[in-house]
Write a protein that binds this ligand. Structure first.
Ligand SMILES: [Ca+2]
Length: 459
């Protein structure tokens, strides 16, 4: 294979891939997965394959998305820009139509001598990036920048996401099973070429689905409810009204959740997570079988967090609580040492990490740049010094909320304070039950956190 000069006419720049790339990238995403994994301390859920990967790589214990919704989160970490820069704040827009100058992570690898392959959900459903892939591009569901208004059946479809699905057999008919099969086929086909393989699982996104054997792993009566469980969503006393949307968008849509129904739904989420874990295991087994582990960096992530009854909420959208922002993130370098990092990192750090690790040039021309910071120093030493907080944003009913997370503190500010703020001591109060923002004893901390929020780029 010849690694020649490639010209990206859209950017007006030339990108040279002078050397044969040394490492492959296996980039695995799970949709709507919060850190509900054995390796993250959940003693009930069964995730043997991801636990094994976590024991081989670096598990990030304080990793955060930049936006608690699929398309904005993915458009951010797949371009290395904050949602305030991509302008993608909902599931309706295609980033490249709004900002043709953005470079996507797989596109950058394609322009630098890699075969880029997609199997399963990577960019948001129906909004795939036409510049990203050598193989696997999914035709976009619309032309132009924005998805057309939904048809009258959309409400019915929304409610359909609320049901629990038991799959036949080993789940062979499900898209996630098929995505794993396709990913394995790609590994077999391209094992001798440098590849960037994006493997996206749609579970545990609603509707929760799994074969029966995964439901049988869990007794709903033994599943505890969160300490702030409520039958319907709402801001707890002392918190801004806007901090919890009054209507769920994924599960228990427009209806209350009884404690028993809640346990059944958490069981279904766990079953769905275990099903996803098995598919990831199939792909990782193929990687080992093909002897690709020693020259492949593996990334596993959830695209944002998720409420499973915390504060009465059953979805992610519009929440800036830790439970909606915190994600599982595992990175396994070839021959890297395992470890756990407690540093505050973001999914936005992944693009610069892979550029750094694989020795690629920067995708943007100054003054534009990749946001975030390479995690390679933390992959080498998980306890290395790290002075970067995790920053996130959300837009709800036209109102902007911003969040900053340090290793101890979590601060959220809505509409520059006009709609409230919250300060949480996540060490003393991991479930985020007490808002300290108006307590004069914490005025200095609030001021410091407010200053850190200024690091979110405005454009
Ligand atoms: Ca998602």
């Amino acid at each position: 294979m010849v690694y020649s000069l490639r010209v990206d006419s859209r950017l007006g720049v030339s990108v040279a891939a002078a050397q044969k790339p040394k490492y492959n990238v296996l980039f695995i995403m799970s949709d709507d997965l919060r850190p509900t994994l054995g390796s993250y301390g959940n003693s009930i859920v069964k995730t043997p394959n991801l636990d094994k990967l976590a024991a081989q790589g670096v598990r990030f214990d304080r990793a955060y998305c930049q936006y608690p919704l699929c398309n904005p989160s993915r458009s951010s970490f797949l371009t290395g820009k904050y949602p305030t820069q991509t302008s993608i704040l909902d599931n309706e827009y295609y980033f490249r139509a709004l900002h043709p100058d953005l470079v996507s992570l797989p596109q950058h690898f394609r322009l630098n001598g890699y075969v880029t392959l997609r199997s399963g959900k990577t960019f948001h459903g129906g909004i795939d990036d036409s510049e990203a892939w050598t193989e696997g591009f999914e035709e976009r569901a619309f032309t132009g920048a924005k998805r057309p208004p939904s048809n009258p059946d959309s409400r019915e479809r929304t409610n359909d996401s609320d049901r629990i699905v038991v799959l036949e057999g080993n789940g062979e008919s499900n898209g996630d099973y098929k995505s794993a099969t396709k990913a394995i086929e790609y590994l077999e086909k391209y094992k001798d070429q440098p590849f960037f393989l994006a493997f996206g699982e749609s579970k545990p996104h609603s509707p929760p689905a799994a074969p029966k054997k995964f439901f049988d792993m869990y007794d709903p009566d033994k599943i505890p409810l969160p300490p702030d469980f409520a039958t319907n969503p709402g801001a707890p006393e002392g918190f801004p009204e806007i901090s919890v949307a009054r209507r769920n968008t994924d599960l228990f849509i427009g209806r209350d959740a009884s404690p028993q129904q809640a346990r059944e739904m958490i069981r279904a989420y766990y079953a769905s997570v275990s099903f996803m874990d098995e598919q990831v295991g199939r792909v990782l087994d193929a990687l080992d079988r093909l002897k690709l582990r020693d020259n492949t960096i593996i990334v596993f992530l959830g695209d944002h967090g998720y409420h499973l009854g915390e504060k009465g909420k059953w979805s992610k959208a519009y929440s800036l609580f830790d439970i909606a922002l915190r994600v599982p993130l595992i990175v396994a370098m070839p021959k890297g040492k395992p470890g756990v990092s407690e540093r505050t990192v973001g999914l936005i750090d992944l693009f610069p990490t892979l550029v750094d690790f694989c020795g690629l040039p920067q995708p943007y021309k100054a003054p534009s740049k990749l946001e975030g910071h390479s995690l390679v120093p933390l992959l080498k030493n998980p306890h290395a010094k790290w002075n970067y907080p995790a920053l996130s944003v959300v837009q709800y009913q036209g109102k902007i909320g911003k969040s900053v997370r340090t290793e101890r503190w979590h601060y959220v500010r809505w509409e520059d304070g006009a709609l409230g703020e919250m300060l949480l001591d996540t060490v003393k109060d991991p479930f985020e039950l007490k808002n300290l923002a108006s307590d004069p004893a914490y005025a200095k901390t609030v001021a410091e956190m407010r200053k850190l929020l200024e690091q979110i780029p405005s454009q």
